[in-house]
Design a protein around this ligand. Structure first.
Ligand SMILES: [Zn+2]
Length: 231
C-alpha cells in the first residue's frame, strides 16, 4: 500500500483526536506530507472506523493518487501550509477551548510560556466559510511566523515536522486556551498577567526556537484591553 506508514499514522491520530476530545463527530482533519504526496483524512468519515486503506493519498495539487473517498473539504488549508512552510504534518481540530477563544478575541496572548513552542501569541484568522479558498488564505496569513493558529468561530490548525509534533502542538494550544478562559473568568481584581517579549524570548532561547523579539508590542495592557473590548 502506498504511504502505508503515513496512512496508518493518520488513522491512529484520527482516533486519538476523538479520544482526546479535540474533535466532535467527523469534524477536523489531518495530513502528512511525504515528498510530493499527502496522506489525508477523507471527508465526513467516522474516525472510529477509519482504516489506513480509506486514508487518501493525493498530490500536493490535490489530485487523487490512491483515494477511495473524497478528501477533507479543508484540503486547501493543508495545501497552502505545505506550499509555504516547512510543515510535514498538519492537524485541524474543533477543540472546545480553542473554539471558544476564537469567538471572542483576535489573538491569544502569551498567558503561558509554552506558547513559545508555537512561536508566540496565536492569531485568530478571520472567519470564512469552511472549505473555502478564502479561509485557507486567511489561515496562511495568520499562521506566519507561528506553527499554530485559531480560526474565528471554527477551531484551530497546527503544523510540525511530524504528525506527533503537530498533534502535541494542537493539545498545547487547546490547553493554553483553556487556561486563558479560566483566568479571564475570575472576577476583579484578578486580571490575567501576560508574558512580554523578553520573557518569551528567554523561553524560546532555552527551547532552541526562534521567537521573534521585534515587531508589535505584546504587552499585557493592550492585549487585555483588546480581549475585553472584543468580548
Ligand atoms: Zn473545521
Amino acid at each position: 500500500m502506498l504511504l502505508a506508514s503515513e496512512r496508518r499514522l493518520i488513522a491512529d491520530h484520527g482516533r486519538r483526536m476523538t479520544a482526546d476530545r479535540l474533535v466532535v463527530g467527523t469534524s477536523g482533519n489531518l495530513s502528512i506530507r511525504a515528498g510530493d504526496l499527502l496522506a489525508v483524512t477523507p471527508s465526513g468519515h467516522a474516525y472510529e472506523t477509519l482504516t489506513p486503506e480509506l486514508v487518501g493519498v493525493h498530490r500536493l495539487d490535490g489530485g487523487a493518487v490512491d483515494a477511495p473517498l473524497a478528501p477533507t473539504s479543508e484540503l486547501p488549508i493543508h495545501q497552502l501550509i505545505y506550499g509555504h512552510t516547512d510543515a510535514l504534518a498538519v492537524v485541524h481540530t474543533h477543540s472546545t477551548a480553542a473554539t471558544v477563544v476564537s469567538t471572542v478575541v483576535d489573538e491569544l496572548p502569551t498567558i503561558h510560556y509554552i506558547l513559545a513552542v508555537l512561536g508566540g501569541p496565536i492569531r485568530v484568522a478571520p472567519y470564512a466559510t469552511f472549505g473555502s479558498q478564502e479561509l485557507a488564505g486567511n489561515v496562511l496569513a495568520a499562521i506566519e511566523g507561528r506553527s499554530g493558529v485559531l480560526l474565528a468561530n471554527h477551531g484551530a490548525v497546527t503544523y510540525g515536522p511530524s504528525i506527533e509534533v503537530a498533534y502535541d502542538r494542537a493539545r498545547y494550544l487547546e490547553w493554553v486556551c483553556d487556561v486563558w478562559l479560566r483566568a479571564h473568568s475570575l472576577p476583579p481584581p484578578f486580571t490575567p498577567r501576560v508574558l512580554g517579549g523578553p520573557e518569551m524570548a528567554e523561553v524560546s532561547a532555552r527551547l532552541g526556537g526562534g521567537y521573534p523579539t521585534t515587531g508589535r508590542s505584546r504587552e499585557a495592557g493592550p492585549e487585555g484591553a483588546g480581549a475585553a473590548g472584543a468580548g
